[in-house]
Ligand binder design. Structure first.
Ligand code: KG4
Ligand code: ZN
Length: 361
């Protein structure tokens, strides 16, 4: 039995400046002592996406304050933590560097061990923090920047079963919302519009469903939607409310069907697993969640879906991934470098393209 460990986690790979403290041991639900997340979206809103330089500067300005706030909320000092974990990639390199330098400074000043955490491992291990899910389990990571199926076999062993070859679904929701004059972030707005829409009115593609395996593609769906929109706008001079609702419903139905069928295949390919876990902002979508619950049930397993604030980028998930590594006797060499790309599964072919929220790993 390993000891109870306390780890500080730092996250700055995209547009959230985050720090959190968790306590616990692998195999048991962890205790989140604090989880401070400072969203930068106000800084980037005018640009319609994350501006890496602005993000990096804002992280550098705020990281030490976020760490201070996280320790204060946890009622601890730096001397009380067993280690400092930090996202060392993948992500926007300026932001990752800010976090790594902050963590290295804290470690040098206190003599605490450092843990270089893969951001995706942070997401992938969150179901163990929240629900003590046993290895192996299947994870669908689905957000504005990520979309992949991972068979999580150990704290440092992941098999990638498939993923998007272009946009992530959240990105497609956001672009759809933009095309239809809705706001940002688009996911919840498209979902709300879809409630009163007819999903069968427009014929939209189900990309890559005809191809074997678990890879996905969402950029063609967005283009098809744009064509349907333009075909309405040209003769009518604009969109009626019903048109917009029908387009949203059709788009959402297409995403649901693709994710459901690819999840069914991923579960079949994964073999016996203790659970099907889903993480990422898109998991907030009620229709997607319901479809994944059905797929999990049909495969004889259950859907585990951590609370949304732990599914999106945060410091507690990085602290937990560090805690699992530390419990396994691992500590990083203090000379480790920040990495813009860092696939979890080294055997998998690299993904092409990069998303609105940074490089796809
Ligand atoms: O995980 P997240 O907060 O950030 C990263 O991408 O890392 O995910 C944000 C994404 C956005 O693209 C947003 O539009 C999408 O999740 N999203 C949703 C819903 N809520 C958030 N997509 C579909 N339906 C929703 N209800
Ligand atoms: Zn993320």
């Amino acid at each position: 039995m390993t000891d109870i460990l306390t780890v500080l986690g730092i996250e700055s790979s995209c547009d959230d400046t985050a720090a959190g403290v968790v306590r616990g041991q692998p195999g048991r639900v962890g205790e989140i002592l604090s989880n401070v997340v400072w969203d930068q979206s106000q800084l980037h809103g005018a640009f319609g996406g994350v501006v890496p330089e602005i993000a990096a500067r804002a992280h550098a300005e705020k990281l030490d304050l976020a760490v201070e706030a996280a320790l204060r909320e946890a009622g601890l000092g730096l001397a009380d933590v067993d280690a400092i974990a930090v996202t060392a990639g993948p992500g926007l390199i300026g932001g990752v560097l800010s976090g790594v330098m902050c963590a290295k400074g804290l470690a040098a000043g206190t003599g605490k061990p450092l843990l270089a955490v893969n951001h995706l491992a942070g997401h992938a291990l969150t179901p163990r923090l929240t629900d003590a899910v046993a290895f192996p389990y299947l994870l669908l990571l689905v957000s504005g920047g990520h979309c992949q199926f991972l068979r999580v076999e150990d704290w440092d062993r992941f098999t990638r079963l498939g993923g998007t070859i272009d946009d992530a679904p959240g990105e497609a929701f956001d672009k759809t919302a933009k095309l239809l004059g809705l706001g940002y972030p688009g996911g919840p707005l498209v979902e709300a519009e879809a409630v009163s829409g007819d999903p069968a009115r427009f014929s939209l593609p189900r990309p890559l469903l005809d191809r074997d395996g678990c890879d996905m593609s969402f950029s063609g769906l967005k283009t098809a939607l744009k064509r349907q929109r333009d075909a309405l706008v040209t003769p009518e001079g604009g969109l009626h409310r019903a048109d917009r609702a029908d387009l949203c419903a059709g788009f959402q139905r297409a995403v649901v069907e693709v994710l459901a069928e690819k999840s069914r295949r991923a579960l079949a390919a994964a073999g016996p697993v203790s659970a099907f876990a889903v993480a990422g902002g898109v998991a907030a979508n009620g229709s997607i969640r319901a479809a994944l619950e059905d797929i999990a049930g049909a495969a004889g397993t259950t859907l585990v879906s951590p609370p949304l604030k732990l599914c999106t980028d945060n410091g507690a998930m990085i602290a937990w991934a560090g805690l699992e590594a530390l419990a396994a006797g691992h500590v990083s060499d203090p000379g480790f470098v920040a990495r813009p790309r860092w696939p979890l599964d080294h055997r998998a072919a690299p993904m092409i393209g990069s998303g609105k929220k940074g490089a796809k790993a």
